[in-house]
Design a protein around this ligand. Sequence first.
Ligand code: ZN
Ligand code: ZN
Length: 167
Amino acid sequence: MEVSRALKSPGQSFPFEETLTLEPMEVLSDPVSFEDIHVQGEYLCAGKARISLRAEVSARADTRCSRCLTPVSIPMTAQIDAAFDRAPDPDDPDLYSFEASTIELTDAVRDALLLELPLQVLCQPDCKGLCPVCGIDLNKGTCTCQEGAEVVNPFSALKNIVLNEEV
Ligand SMILES: [Zn+2]
Ligand SMILES: [Zn+2]
């Protein structure tokens, strides 16, 4: 985004509105694609070679349920409160670099969206997930794998011990 107007008028804020695209990425081994990204806010020149920017991002995250892997789309909003500097400080993660009179919103937008992405995306709050043994989607069907798993239940093991003592 071209910011030469702000660089020429330090302290004066300029509204902006941008749409942008991000490459699909992987978050905790789940594929995530942010679509329909819309950024709206304002920026100003705050000092010699620094641009301060505040904006609201809206987007849709296309990902999958972390339990049953069904595709899930989540509408999202995120806030950006970032600074861009020609001489970036590696110790300040909210400081992005820029060159000449163009700032690149991509990194700030991606960071803001990732921060708002739920740690665990579910298709429904009580998603039953996939059977760890046969892989069937337990929201759509049942299997008998879990019945076999009851053998390791401590209470049934206890019952066996009691029975053995009676014999
Ligand atoms: Zn699910
Ligand atoms: Zn199963």
